[in-house]
Ligand binder design. Structure first.
Ligand code: SF4
Ligand code: SF4
Length: 124
């Protein structure tokens, strides 16, 4: 779930606001996005993927907010990891990093459970 916008890194490009499928962000003062509807976040990582300033942090928990410390996240090296390891932008020719789809494990498992429920439903 989206947890952080690092305002000091944000360039105000607005890309995260545009690509978020569930309209989690509002554009705030100086074009810095605000997390306005965190509960609507699908943990799809699209905002991280499109943020070339690496100013966003999406946590792997899809079903609950897990507040994080901004300084810890900045120092952790996690900012921009999803974009880098997905091979976007300046990382397009980098073969050192692997896919980060493991970060979506929870949401994939949730989808599998929903799918199993549907399969077991008796025909109407
Ligand atoms: S992770 Fe996906 S749903 Fe959540 S804020 Fe980012 S783009 Fe929106
Ligand atoms: S994509 Fe990144 S740089 Fe652009 S507005 Fe969103 S947080 Fe700021």
């Amino acid at each position: 779930m989206i947890e952080l916008v690092i305002a000091s890194r944000c360039t105000g490009c607005g890309d995260c606001v545009s690509v978020c499928p569930t309209h989690v962000f509002d554009l705030g003062a100086d074009n810095i996005p605000l997390i306005a509807r965190q509960e609507d976040c699908q943990t799809c990582f699209m905002c991280e993927l499109y943020c070339q300033a690496d100013a966003l942090y999406v946590g792997p928990d899809h079903d609950r907010a897990v507040p994080v410390d901004a300084d810890e996240i900045i120092n952790s090296g996690l900012l921009g990891q999803y974009r880098r390891d997905s091979g976007w932008d300046e990382w397009a020719n980098n073969t050192e990093y692997t896919s980060q789809f493991w970060r979506m494990t929870q949401i994939m498992n949730g989808g599998r459970e929903v799918s199993a429920t549907r399969k077991n439903k008796p025909a109407a």
